[in-house]
Design a protein around this ligand. Structure first.
Ligand code: ARG
Ligand code: ZN
Length: 859
């Protein structure tokens, strides 16, 4: 952590194969809060000429032994980040003893102790905080792990693989030995020790293996782990059925902890989860919580094949496992629930966060080319755009072709550490489809922009579509080339002729596509299912967009037409510095959906929802912050006034059954709560929101009431919030939801409220969930106060980032994201942001995490 010199990133182009491989890694942990001793015995083998250089960070080295001889200080060299053994020979056994301080480890990387639980997080480069090691994903070893601890304090001592032995030592401590037969890179290592409630079950795989499934959760939370267990079994079955992939060990463990930097981690046989994505019951979880749990349980389980059995050669290839595994979890969720809603949610992520990342100083391709701090590249681009790239492959190859390609990839590379190119090559070899040009998606960053032209010749029935693509320069890359872009379209006809679906493959800058013998001029639904992660603009008028919204055969296309509709209306309003004029046809459509909702109530709710600030903002440079916020607020009020009777009718007609997490009930609550959101602004709003809160029998409805109360600023908002906080003090995850609502308060009073929250007994600066619940929510869900003209919102976040960087750099670097994109705002906001970024850059102990982001961002 030095700030004086310029810190150098690593480059993909500099990749070199490892000089030594490690075949066996034996670890002995003697657990202690402040002095855990780790004895690592590494069996190494030379692969090519060169030095034996191991990575290490914040380690206290006690001893190095080579083949049973303790090395003298002259036989090795140590720096703050490495250990070199001078004459290792070609093969041998190295024993390294290090001392760690888990209690002081607030970065939550490596081995840490929090709330009485020892826990590891090694991806990407955390293992080097446990012992000196070739800490890179292309060194795969068979791990044996011994944990020695006091059983009374730590009844569960867990690591990867199978438990081979458990014994009582003469000194009264217990020793447990684990062995993982599958060679793995260090980032998949895990150790957990603590006292838990324990839920277990069994699962028989399609190959006849009986697997013990175990969940370890905080004491008292057993009843809240059943849903996750059931979700795990669904995921295991689904992967067998969809891809023919079965689990490969006799034991699958999931540990839930409240101190965790991310969602979850796929360590072999021993997943570690943020407890927020495991624990749920009908009184404390929202519909979204249930959804997220199923999807993340699926994600980590799916990694066992796409990530663990076949892993990444180097971290630049991260999307190899993450893009693919996100795609797999999205397919799983779509099969478990509504494909339409799943697609809408995935597209929202791309249009808000990913497009924003492309427009930011951190823009990078899904396979980045240079990285200073790897933790900064667990991004929406690598994950979610990465998943879109995989989805495009499936669109081009067809489901059967894609499945064949995946089977080829897994079979060809089982047990290896490979590249994104290897993946594409397997897809190509299995299908014979030439993917050479497609590979550019891996190396080119930025959001392609498509423009389209339609020409129809009534005499011949010939339709000519002209598509053009262009990708604007990004912070990391000036030159952009054409990409292979699958564009799904649907042709709709007024005369009742059957709609037609086509797949256009655009692979040059401009291209024409022709369709003959059409009965009449069609209405073209462009980019159905968001078949590529691009921006596409049409010159449709509002009537045409509303026609698509009412008639397209595909629910996603209907929603997307409404998004385009709002985008258009709002753009016009911004241009004219006026409020939007709501066409009668819009009100008619909204009335219709409220009076006779579609069978899919969740889709109906989405059709009635305006795009959010971030989605709209992606289309402006600079972003007209004040105008957009004002328009969004005013439009909501206009709609609630204009549609009062229908909103009320719809609201009253949807009677809430006893809580049940099912697709139908989720949709019902979504629509009812969408109505409430509008109704909150009407004369009777306060009464209705209060009644909704009081009648609610589930967390989804309760939170909808709180958000509506806050948003519409009803008089009782404070009272309801206080009541909610009092009732839920005992459940930190519900308190996080309370923090979220407080942080989303769009009025000036939010600053005092946030200050008070940090003094709340549940709040801790060391807990990432709490910090995110307060300040993540403030910066991401409170555009009016975060983007205040006077810079107060930005300054608050900068202060928090500074404070958190000293505790947990990864968390700080996540929080800072909304401050980086100063270029997207007006002059006044730009100046505020640049000033804050300069201050951050001058901090004496800036982490690599922040250093990389701040320095990329500064002018
Ligand atoms: N591999 C984990 C997952 O996608 C996430 C690890 C994130 N690591 C990090 N350093 N941010 O499930
Ligand atoms: Zn993942």
């Amino acid at each position: 952590m030095t700030t004086a010199q310029v810190r150098q990133p690593k480059r993909l182009a500099d990749y070199q194969a490892p000089i030594f491989s490690i075949t066996h890694t034996d670890l002995v942990f003697e657990l202690d809060a402040t002095a855990t001793r780790v004895t690592a015995t590494l069996t190494f083998k030379r692969q090519q000429p060169g030095r034996l250089l191991l990575e290490g960070q914040q380690l206290k080295l006690e001893r190095v032994r080579l083949n049973d001889r303790v090395l003298t200080a002259a036989e090795f060299a140590q720096t703050a980040e490495s250990l070199e053994i001078f004459a290792p020979g070609d093969t041998g056994v190295l024993e390294i003893v290090t001392l760690l301080n888990p209690e002081q480890n607030t970065a939550l990387e490596g081995l840490y102790l929090a709330e009485g639980v020892y826990c590891t997080q090694c991806e990407a480069e955390g293992f080097r905080r446990i012992t000196y090691y070739p800490d890179r994903p292309d060194v795969l070893a068979v791990f044996t792990t011994t944990i020695i601890a006091n059983r009374n304090e730590l009844p569960f001592l867990l690591s990867n693989g199978n438990k081979v032995r458990e014994s009582r030592l003469p000194d009264g401590r217990t020793e447990v030995v684990w062995h993982d037969p599958y060679p793995k890179p260090s980032y998949l290592f895990a150790l957990v020790a603590g006292d838990f409630d324990h839920l277990h079950d069994t699962y028989v795989t399609s190959t006849g293996r009986e697997v013990l499934l175990e969940f370890f959760v905080q004491k008292g939370a057993l009843a809240r782990s059943h849903f996750a267990m059931a979700a795990l079994k669904r995921a295991m079955r689904w992967d067998e059925q969809r891809f023919g992939l079965a689990y490969d060990l006799d034991r699958y463990m999931v540990v839930a902890v409240d101190f965790f930097n991310m969602g979850a981690m796929e360590n072999k046989g021993l997943n570690v989860f943020n407890s927020k994505f495991v624990l749920a019951d009908d009184t404390s979880a929202t519909d979204t919580d249930y959804f997220n749990i199923e999807s993340i349980i699926g994600h980590e389980y799916f990694h066992n094949w796409t990530g663990n059995r076949v892993t990444c050669r180097d971290w630049f290839q991260l999307s190899l496992k993450e893009g693919l595994t996100v795609f797999r979890d999205q397919e799983f969720s779509a099969d478990m629930g509504s494909p339409t809603l799943n697609r809408i949610d995935a597209v929202k992520v791309i249009r808000t966060a990913q497009f924003a990342e492309d427009a930011s100083p951190m823009a990078h391709p899904i396979r980045p080319e240079q990285v200073l701090e790897m933790n900064n590249f667990y991004t929406v681009t690598v994950y979610d755009k990465g998943a879109e790239v995989i989805r495009m492959l499936q669109t081009l190859l067809g489901k059967a072709g894609f499945n064949a390609g995946l089977a080829c990839y897994l079979q060809r590379h089982d047990g290896q550490a490979v590249t994104c190119d290897d993946f594409v090559q397997a897809m190509q070899d299995a299908t014979g489809y030439d993917l050479q040009a497609f590979r550019r998606w891996y190396s080119q960053s930025g959001t392609p922009e498509l423009s389209v032209k339609e020409q129809f010749d009534a005499a011949t029935g010939k339709l000519t579509l002209t598509l053009a693509q262009q990708t604007p320069a990004t912070a990391d890359q000036q030159e952009k080339l054409p990409l292979v872009i699958p564009v799904k379209i649907e042709l709709l006809f007024h005369d009742g002729s059957a709609a037609q679906q086509h797949l256009l493959i655009l692979d040059s800058s401009v291209q024409q596509f022709q369709f003959d013998n059409l009965p009449q001029a069609p209405l073209v639904v462009w980019l159905e299912d968001f078949s590529a992660p691009v921006k596409l603009s049409t010159d449709y008028d509002v009537e045409q967009l509303l026609a698509i919204a009412s008639r397209a055969s595909n629910g996603f296309a209907r929603w997307d037409a409404m998004q385009q509709f709002w985008h258009k209306i709002i753009k016009d309003a911004v241009q004219q510095s006026a409020l939007p004029v709501l066409p009668e046809a819009l009100l008619t459509a909204f009335r219709q959906w409220l009076i006779t909702p579609l069978a899919d109530l969740a889709l109906t709710a989405e059709l009635l929802t305006l795009p959010d600030f971030d989605t709209l903002a992606a289309h402006y440079a600079p972003i007209p912050v004040d105008a957009l916020l004002n328009i969004l607020q005013e439009t909501t009020q206009l709609l609630s006034k204009a549609l009062l009777p229908e909103l009320l009718g719809c609201y009253q007609q949807l009677t809430t059954p006893a809580y049940h997490y099912s697709e139908a009930d989720v949709g019902l609550r979504a629509l009812k709560n969408r109505c409430l959101h509008y109704l909150a602004f009407t004369a009777e709003g306060a009464k209705r929101v209060t009644a909704h809160y009081q009648a609610a029998n589930n967390m989804t409805d309760i939170l909808a009431a709180l958000h509506a109360a806050q948003h519409a600023n009803i008089a009782q908002a404070g009272e309801l919030m206080a009541d909610f906080a009092k009732r839920n003090e005992a459940n930190v995850h519900v308190m996080d939801k309370y923090f979220n609502v407080v942080a989303a308060n769009p009025r000036d009073s939010v600053f005092d409220a946030l200050e008070k929250l940090t003094a709340h007994p549940v709040f801790s600066w060391k807990n990432p969930n709490r910090v995110r619940a307060v300040y993540g929510a403030f910066s991401q869900r409170n555009a009016p106060q975060f983007h205040r003209k006077d810079g107060k919102g930005y300054a608050l976040l900068a202060e928090v980032v500074t404070k958190v960087d000293a505790i947990n750099p990864q968390l700080a670097a996540r929080l800072i994201t909304p401050l980086l994109s100063w270029q997207r705002y007006d002059d006044g906001r730009q100046q505020q942001l640049i000033m804050l970024l300069r201050e951050l850059a001058s901090l004496p102990m800036l982490s690599d995490d922040l250093y990389e982001k701040v320095h990329k961002s500064l002018p």
